[in-house]
Design a protein around this ligand. Structure first.
Ligand code: UDP
Length: 328
């Protein structure tokens, strides 16, 4: 199979390239390197079946050509990371909505199946745990920047589902829960690489709020396996799937575990949300996926627990050059 991967130079996208190439498929990455990096793809350069173009998904003519070449499209190009969203809401909303419109419209011309990446952020402030795909999405007010991300991805989902229902374009949506692993950068706020880098350089580990908020962290290699399996199915169109781990840990507990595993002398520093993000910032207290739907369909479940994930990230970070004080 030939796959176009928008956002293929990003963290998840580059691991998806690895997965598909290892299955004997061909991939063409389209990425403008706004948050992705060529470093993520360096090991693939020159490999048979791997091509890339550095350009924006906003280049519709190029998207049309690449859609034409492909058998199916993974649309991963998006503005991600809470810090980026709070800093650049215009870019977040425009990128996430407009690019998805372009990909779906171009795919429609050739009726090529499209996978649209969404996020557990869409569940917002829901407390109906574990989150089920049919559950309500609970958003905060529009004056609170964070919700722009959730709403923009929810629009992407509506659009993908509508393309299937109204126009019979095969589409499928997956909501990725906190996904971590080698190559993820702490630059856009993601907690695991940030904590690991802080711990490895004996800087304070910055826990936001009281650290009682909990998350489930899944390994990117498990996640991309699910995506590669999902796009092959023809009984999933117009459907939404949760993908993630169900092993919960508090952020304070995560900080302690990373300090311990790295043998760091770092202290854990509690940072108020208003300082970390913006005044009025609202965090989710808990976020656990119900993964029954994807499990029933593909037999999928995570194979790596948090200890294995942290070992992998720590090993990766130890191998990369020292980082700047901002964690980048
Ligand atoms: N977080 C933290 N310190 C950091 C970065 C993040 O305490 O340096 C917290 C963040 O407030 C959230 C959790 O870690 O409660 C996960 O953050 P991340 O941005 O990785 O993903 P999110 O779950 O917010 O999408």
């Amino acid at each position: 199979m030939r796959y176009l991967i928008t956002g293929g130079a990003g963290f998840v996208g580059s691991h998806l390239c690895d997965e598909l190439l290892s299955r004997g498929d061909s991939v063409h990455v389209l990425d403008d390197l706004s948050t992705g990096t060529m470093e993520n793809l360096r090991h693939l350069k020159g490999q048979e079946g791997f091509e890339y173009t550095i350009d924006s998904v906003a280049n519709e003519r190029l998207v049309a050509e690449l859609v034409d070449w492909s058998d199916a499209v993974f649309h991963l190009a998006a503005a991600v990371g809470v810090a980026l969203i709070v800093e650049s809401p215009v870019r977040t909303i425009e990128t996430n909505v407009q690019l998805t419109e372009i990909v779906l419209a171009q795919a429609m011309k050739k009726r090529k199946p499209v996978f649209v990446a969404s996020t557990s952020e869409v569940y917002g402030k829901s407390t109906d745990l574990p989150f089920h795909e049919d559950g309500d999405l609970v958003m905060g007010p529009t004056v609170t920047g964070r919700w722009a991300y959730a709403c923009s991805k929810a629009i992407d989902e509506f659009l993908a589902i509508a393309y299937w229902k109204e126009r019979r374009l095969p589409t499928v949506v997956a909501r990725l829960f906190n996904t971590v692993g080698p190559r993820q950068t702490g630059q856009y706020g993601m907690v695991v690489p940030t904590f690991v880098r802080q711990a490895l350089s004996d800087r304070p580990v910055t826990v936001y709020g009281d650290g009682e908020q909990q998350r489930c962290f899944g390994h990117v290699k498990d996640v991309v396996r699910a995506l590669a399996d999902l796009i092959k199915r023809d009984d999933v169109y117009g459907e939404v799937f949760n993908i993630g781990s169900t092993e919960e840990i508090s952020i304070r507990g995560l900080a302690d575990r990373i300090v311990e595993k790295t043998g760091s002398r770092s202290e854990v520093a509690l940072v108020p949300y208003a300082e970390a993000y913006e005044v009025g910032f609202e965090d989710m207290v808990r976020r656990i996926p119900d993964i029954g739907k994807i499990n029933r369909l593909l037999g999928w479940e995570p194979t790596r627990d948090l200890d294995a994930i942290l070992a992998d990230v720590i090993e990766h970070e130890q191998a990369v050059p020292p980082v700047a004080a901002d964690g980048s």
